[in-house]
Design a protein around this ligand. Structure first.
Ligand code: GTP
Length: 316
């Protein structure tokens, strides 16, 4: 894509919320031409910042309605990734290699034929330190089964959970290289209060959006048997549920557990955990039924949530 990036000004003038206006136009046009598109594959240049591409799927109503971001794939060169991760950029300039690994739902660790087993282990460890949840496929000439790349759904989170149920226990803290970009995974049994959760996430993303590259989660929400999927890219976020065809509902008798992952810079695990814990339904608290398929809009949720937080503070 040669077109210049278009910047969408948010009311708070946030610099991390940029979208590709050219991409929006193309996606709209594609949809007009063929309403039964199975999927769209977007290949960015190797130097691209993935955020504006991903954010495009959160901001435009027509795009949001017609498309769902399935997964972000990153192809990494096993022989050269480390040198790019370690590149020092001038102040204020992002390291694209770190960003592309951080944003990935799937990493193809390609060209492993060119490295030793030790080098491959080291590069794998570095990828994991940045992004503990991405699926990682070591490969040669990007030869991996198509089904591990396409149609993953829910940013592939569900599949990661199915394959690696304890991936969230790794907090990346064992890495020696001091990269401040890392992941925090949280697992919390119980049911979450949607209003409070929405308010917390909205505030978190608003205040920390620049440092929070990606956030995603499978959520157990009080008042519904639909399982909710949360996806965030910097400050922008969206919810979908099994009622929208994303993932499956909770099975009768299944333990209700929420799992969230935050990938970004200088993350504070205990702060994130406390924030999420405060969203749990409290004893005796009654929630109105969450309507199936209800979209929780950031603006409205925020206002409602802020009132709730206000109440909470008054009680303390
Ligand atoms: N040894 C080896 N060579 C590979 C592998 N995959 C690609 N190549 C070779 O690497 C060279 C460059 O290809 P890539 O690095 O895939 O190119 P690219 O960066 O994706 O190219 P653009 O999309 O044009 O930016 C070509 O000669 C490929 O044949 C691999 O797994 N092993």
């Amino acid at each position: 894509m040669n077109a210049k990036e278009e910047i969408l000004e948010m009311n708070n003038g946030c610099i991390c919320c940029t979208v590709r206006g050219d991409l929006i136009k193309i996606l709209r046009r594609l949809r007009k031409r063929d309403r039964d598109i199975d999927l769209v594959l977007i290949e960015t240049t190797g130097l691209a910042d993935p955020a504006p591409v991903a954010q495009t799927f959160f901001v435009d109503d027509e795009v949001k309605e017609a498309y769902r971001l399935d997964a972000i794939l990153t192809v990494a060169d096993a022989a050269h990734l480390l040198q790019h991760l370690d590149e020092h950029k001038p102040e204020g300039v992002e390291n694209e290699a770190v960003e592309q690994v951080a944003f990935a739902d799937v990493v193809l660790l390609n060209k492993v034929d060119l490295v030793s087993a030790e080098q491959q282990a080291e590069v794998t460890r570095r990828i994991r330190a940045i992004n503990s949840t991405a699926q990682l496929h070591a490969c040669v000439r990007s030869d991996v089964p198509l089904e591990s790349l396409l149609g993953l759904g829910a940013f592939s989170l569900e599949r990661v959970m199915a394959e690696e149920p304890d991936f969230l226990t790794s907090d990346g803290s064992d890495h020696q290289h001091d990269s401040s970009v890392g992941s925090v995974g949280l697992t919390l049994p119980g049911r979450l209060h949607m209003g409070r959760l929405n308010a917390w996430l909205s505030r978190l993303l608003r205040e920390r959006g620049t440092d929070l590259f990606r956030s995603k989660g499978l959520l157990s929400i009080a008042g519904t048997d639909d399982r909710y999927v949360f996806q965030g890219v910097h400050m922008l976020m969206g919810f979908a549920s099994s009622a929208d065809g994303v993932g499956r509902p909770w099975a009768p008798g299944e333990e209700r557990v929420s799992r969230l992952v935050f990938i970004g810079r200088n993350l504070d695990r205990s702060e994130l955990e406390a924030g999420l814990r405060a969203c749990l339904l409290r004893e005796g608290e009654v929630v109105e039924r969450v309507e199936i398929g209800e979209e929780v809009e950031m603006g409205e949720g925020e206002k409602e949530g802020e009132e709730e937080v206000g109440k909470e503070e008054a009680m303390e």
